[in-house]
Design a protein around this ligand. Structure first.
Ligand code: 13P
Ligand code: SF4
Length: 320
């Protein structure tokens, strides 16, 4: 506890001294979200983190999330210093979509419009026509489909399948997945729903189709938080990273939130409703980002940055 108090005090002082701001994702641990609020930083989904970072007056952004979020911030704000608590915080979607293989897949289907999820490297974004996040993917694909375009989608196959089903768009899929959401189990969820028949089920669309089909609301982290506030239910079963409970509970203290069950248990499942890379964003790591001279800064090659900026800006303009 004393150690944590030391890091918290030092981080507060250093943020002011360095004109830096914390930009955190809803999946980070509660103490990180609390510190972000206390220091006047920003917590949100990946789309809004990108926009906030770009518009912030701060010279330095400390992105508490995973690497693609830091890279997105740097692509949008090359003049700012973008630091991450650890550069090892990656994402299974990013890891599962290496640029060479993805680029070959695109080359093999030149008549397709390439739409990639934000959870990808700067190089994969640079190969895309559009970048999307889960909060805007449905609308953008709907728009492209209405224009008669065929879509090459990557890397999340579950989100892709959900969008294809909702829009009827012609979509070729890369076969990636999020190790956290892929673990949610429809069978286990049915049993849980039986125990809490009046609970509403909220599902992030990175979950398997069988889980998405059981949802009362499907959406990005921000959209799920909004649903938990708007819906009249007193109980909710939530299929996404448990980091989201911090905000859900804060905005609706009278409601009860349950974590959706995974197929395995602590011993067998890889993530059990908490992203191992998001969990790397601890107090000590944030302190290190503010004090170490090397090993935390995000750099993106300038030619690559300019290419990746085009599909990213397309998304931001569309969402505006
Ligand atoms: P959103 O916050 O955009 O819904 O993204 C979910 C996610 O998995 C980020 O890692
Ligand atoms: Fe990637 Fe899933 Fe972790 Fe999000 S929760 S960063 S999609 S592995």
């Amino acid at each position: 506890a004393t150690q944590n108090a030391f890091y918290t005090d030092e981080i507060k002082r250093l943020l002011v001294e360095k004109n830096a701001v914390l930009v955190s994702h809803y999946y980070t641990d509660p103490e990180i979200q609390a510190l972000t609020e206390e220091t006047g930083g920003f917590i949100s989904d990946s789309l809004e983190m990108a926009r906030y970072g770009r518009d912030s007056e701060a010279q330095t952004l400390i992105v508490a999330g995973v690497k693609f979020m830091g890279e997105t911030s740097k692509i949008l704000s090359p003049q700012k210093t973008v630091l991450m608590p650890t550069l090892d915080a990656t994402c299974s979607l990013d890891l599962g979509c290496p640029i060479d293989e993805f680029s070959a897949f695109c080359d093999a289907h030149p008549d397709h419009t390439v739409v990639v999820y934000a959870n990808t490297s700067a190089a994969v974004k640079a190969r895309a026509d559009w970048v999307v996040t889960s909060s805007i993917a449905l609308e953008i694909v709907e728009h492209l489909d209405a224009m008669g375009e065929k879509i090459l989608w990557g890397p999340d196959r579950h989100l892709g399948a959900y969008i294809a089903k909702q829009t009827g768009a012609d979509m070729l899929m890369w076969q990636g997945e999020c190790i956290v959401h892929d673990e949610f189990s429809a069978n286990a969820l049915k049993k849980m729903k039986h125990l809490h028949p009046d609970a509403a089920i909220l599902v992030h669309p990175e979950s398997p189709a069988s889980v998405v089909e059981m949802a009362d609301a499907v959406g990005s982290t921000t959209q799920l938080i909004q649903a938990s506030q708007k819906m009249n239910n007193e109980k909710f079963i939530v299929a996404t990273d448990r980091g989201i409970f911090y905000k859900m509970q804060q905005l609706a203290p009278e409601k009860t939130f349950y974590e959706a069950p995974t197929a395995g248990n602590g011993a067998t499942c890889k993530s059990c409703a908490h992203c191992p890379w998001m969990a790397m964003n601890g107090l000590k790591a944030i302190y290190n980002a503010l004090t170490d001279n090397t090993g935390h800064e995000i750099f993106v090659d300038e030619a690559l940055r300019q290419k990746a900026l085009v599909p990213l800006n397309r998304m931001l303009d569309f969402a505006a």
